[in-house]
Design a protein around this ligand. Structure first.
Ligand code: NI
Length: 197
């Protein structure tokens, strides 16, 4: 854990710098709304935890709550997924308008079968998504997600570095907002509700 903390801080710092950059960019380019809303998000083709091939288009018309992480994560990922689940439940009927998605950044270990066991721990409607290394890289790139396997560790027990944001995407796949790591579930629920139309 001691060696991991700086990496998490680094990943968070990268994420925050990115968010700050996006915010700066938005304030400097307010008239260009179309470009802003396409800055985060985009098409993906992945495999869900039942083995079905899915694309972003399968969720057209639905709000999406998306988190990138990995099932072997000892702390941050389970915390964020639990926060998402709590926020969705707090929203009641409104929560059912959202599709929660968990996209792994560790496809080597996060097989569909492994994801199936994992997502069931958090929310009955949570869909786990995995894919080839290239498919995951493309999805992460679209959402500006940083991830890396640091040197060391064996192939069973290694940890991954990754940025940690919960993305709220609109029915057309447009970026609405992102919640930082550690956000209170009540605040997440309120932030979601404020953006539902
Ligand atoms: Ni994690």
């Amino acid at each position: 854990m001691k060696t991991r903390a700086p990496r998490i801080l680094l990943a968070s710092a990268v994420g925050l710098a990115l968010a700050a950059g996006v915010a700066w960019w938005q304030t400097r380019h307010v008239p260009d709304l179309a470009a802003v809303t396409t800055a985060i998000g985009g098409p993906f083709t992945l495999t869900d935890h039942t083995g079905r091939r899915v694309t972003d288009a399968d969720f057209t018309g639905r709000y999406r709550l998306i988190y990138f992480g990995y099932t072997y994560c000892p702390d941050v990922c389970p915390t964020e997924l639990q926060a998402m689940s709590t926020a969705l439940d707090r929203l009641g009927a409104d929560g059912e308008r959202l599709q929660p998605l968990f996209i792994t950044i560790d496809p080597a270990r996060d097989t569909p079968a492994h994801l199936a066991d994992y997502v069931a721990l958090f929310h009955p409607r949570l869909i786990g998504l995995t894919g080839s290394a290239a498919e995951i890289a493309a999805a992460a790139r679209a959402y500006r997600v940083y991830y890396a396997r640091p040197p060391g560790g064996d192939d069973q027990t290694y940890l991954m570095d990754h940025s940690s944001f919960v993305y709220l995407m609109g029915p057309d796949g447009q970026f609405l907002t992102a919640f930082p790591s550690g956000v209170d579930p009540e605040k997440m629920a309120a932030g979601i509700k404020a953006r539902l139309q």
